[in-house]
Design a protein around this ligand. Structure first.
Ligand code: FEO
Length: 170
């Protein structure tokens, strides 16, 4: 039987990851409306990855005989005034998600739930990568975003991102 606090936090993470997917779909939507299809593509794929993260938490709970409770997903932030705003919001959001994952890890550690700690190891590494990616996008925008040719190149690069399923399987 899983500790109730750990299982509650894992359950809550399903909602947080689905919200992340929703948030990034909204970012994609914003860039699509700006004609920046590469940025739109990048965030659409990011949304797919977040959905995958949610499914991993969902599956992990079910595999451990814990009942999943699905809650309403919040309306994502929108109404951006400049093209760099979603990028900065993405970095802040990923830092927040990192804090949530760390919090679950800490709860699992407290009750010696080694299985959950091992499951979360993948997410700890993944959060490091996601923060790096978010930071890189901000840097690219700062370096090249104010020059139309530079922005075109960055947009073209982001258009080439393709979806690949998570390396973690349960
Ligand atoms: Fe699933 Fe971007 O954290």
């Amino acid at each position: 039987m899983m500790n109730a606090n750990v299982s509650g936090l894992l359950n809550n993470q399903i909602n947080k990851e689905l919200y992340s997917a929703y948030l990034y779909l909204e970012f994609s939507n914003y860039y699509e409306s700006r004609g920046l299809n590469g940025f739109a593509n990048w965030f659409k794929i990011q949304a797919m990855e977040e959905r995958d993260h949610a499914m991993l938490f969902y599956q992990y709970l079910q595999d451990n005989n814990e009942k999943v409770t699905l809650e309403a997903i919040d309306k994502p932030t929108s109404n951006f005034k400049s093209d760099d705003e979603p990028l900065k919001a993405a970095l802040e959001h990923e830092k927040y998600v990192t804090s949530l994952i760390n919090n679950i890890y800490s709860a699992a550690y407290e009750v010696k739930d080694f299985r959950t700690m091992q499951f979360l190891d993948w997410f700890i590494k993944e959060q490091g990568e996601e923060e790096t990616n978010a930071n890189d996008l901000i840097t690219k925008m700062e370096l090249f975003g104010s020059d139309p040719k530079g922005l075109y190149m960055v947009n073209s690069e982001l258009a080439s991102r393709v979806y690949s399923p998570p390396s973690l399987t349960l």
